[in-house]
Ligand binder design. Sequence first.
Ligand code: HEC
Length: 158
Amino acid sequence: MKFPHLSSAAVAMALLFVAACERKPPLAPEIKQAMEARHEGFETIGDSMKKIGDTLKGGGQLDPELAAAAKKINELAPQTKTWFPAGSGPETGRKTGAKAEIWAQPEVFAEKRDAFIAAAARLAQLADANDAAGFATQAGELGQACKGCHDQFREKKH
Ligand code: HEC
């Protein structure tokens, strides 16, 4: 099919315009890296937490698989300290659930983060001690630590 009324130059201009609109400003490599690390990291933390929650809710209890999941969360938890460098929020124009409040209220955010790190460490300790009852209780506490931060600092939908 032909479009005699459109010169190829006009078509090229239109395509360039579309490309320019879709192109986002480039991210500094360290910002890009932190955003990727936090996406991957939270996905892994989420999967591990789901494993623990599903098993406990289904009447199961602490077993080597749950212990491994708890250790995975504990291994990643301290890394959250490096996942939110300044400039990695909504201003990037990228898809992110990280609210600007994280950087506007850094002390509150750090408090939630440190509570989470401590709760994850405690869960891993209970797994090591093979304390099934303590583990189940602490898994609930850890879930509250996730929620405590998400409620305030994560977009509900993104
Ligand atoms: C200190 C705050 C904080 C804590 C604690 C926290 N999160 Fe998050 N989480 C966030 C923020 C902020 C995002 C959005 C990150 C983004 O989109 O860039 C997020 C995103 C996620 C995601 C989506 C990942 C993605 O990119 O698709 C999952 C899953 C998740 N968190 C699970 C958890 C679980 C499970 C816990 C607890 C074991 C937890 N989080 C603890 C702040 C937190």
